[in-house]
Design a protein around this ligand. Sequence first.
Ligand code: UDP
Length: 416
Amino acid sequence: MSDLLERYGRVAGEEVIDQLRQLAIPLKGLKVVHLNSTKEGGGVAEILHKLVPLMERLGLDVSWEVITGKPDFYQCTKGFHNALQGQQVSISDRLLKVYEDTNAQTAEELRSKLQDADVVFVHDPQPAPLLHFIEKRTGKWIWRCHIDLSRPYRPIWRYLKGWVTPYDASIFSLPAFARTLPHPQYLILPSIDPLAEKNVDLPKKEIKSVLDEYDLDPGRPIITQVSRFDRFKDPVGVIEAYRIAKKAIPLQLVLAGGGASDDPEGAAVLEEVERAADGDRDIHILELPADAHRTINALQRCSDIVIQKSTKEGFGLTVTEALWKRKPVVGGDTGGIRLQVINHYTGFLVRTPEGAALRIRYLLHDRRRLNEMGVRAHRFVRENFLLTRHLKEYLAVMLSAIIGKDDDRIEVWKWK
Ligand code: UDP
């Protein structure tokens, strides 16, 4: 197997890898620790599985540790998660004590490693108090928050803020998530991994077999929205848009989602969607398993246009995934979609089903424009939303974190 960096270079561009190598020169041998609460499942683990080996290939001395606890610990941290995303949750003093004790114990186990580390990234609230228990630390500690903190439940955020305040810096995923904290805050937007099953190029044969499997006709335009069945994703609005556009064009609509069966609200939304589809054989409502990455990849690739008509959206990775596959996106004019759908350039921002239908018809009538937008969409993601950019920003944060330190590696960097 060829070198990991070279594989990324082939998709992201050699110059991107050169840049990473340059940035990493003053960081060679830097002792970096990432700390989170799981190695499997969830977005944080997924991203660390990619970032840690890439940092190692760049010459950093990286380790990844996890904090684990008894069921009470997770009950408490799940409560934090919900509260930080806006739910009114009350957490008992007993659970808070379990949380603090678990952190104290983990600090004990990892003490020498954490004391010696040059940079420690602590991900999310689970291990946030660790810093408090490492008295003689020498490195810089950075709290990396992956959660939507735009409207936290105040009492819980006040409690957690006490643990986060002593950090040297924090990182948030979107500007709206940043909080008032007495240290530098960095913004690192999400990214997609171009080498993941969800995003790699697929053989034509595989795409064709997905078309066959779901009874889609390659001879007629296909528009697709991939999303959990959630009202904020406005699947019923997508059906309305499809109906309006269909008056002029023989369209097919794919609504692909998953996880509805174990989510009571998801099941209710799915029912609403089925009612709205009203037996239309050209509306394909697909409930896919959580690991159907290649199927989603194929569905995005066989579509003419991808829709993401959300009325609220944190970032919208489905938009990034579609743009990467050279599909213009007709997206709701909200949240992170606005950072990706550059109106008239990588797609169209819309507010109503009528608006979405108008843009769908326009693009399907002007194939040249559609293709041009697709090419620009791919380039836009390549420049802004790939894992390599994510890594570059982590390196930049580390550089700026250690610049204040008495570190002769920085001298080398300054003089080169
Ligand atoms: N996704 C999936 N299966 C589904 C629906 C969505 O794998 O049935 C994936 C989708 O491809 C994307 C992620 O889940 O990678 C959804 O992320 P996004 O930021 O778009 O929305 P969220 O669900 O986090 O609100």
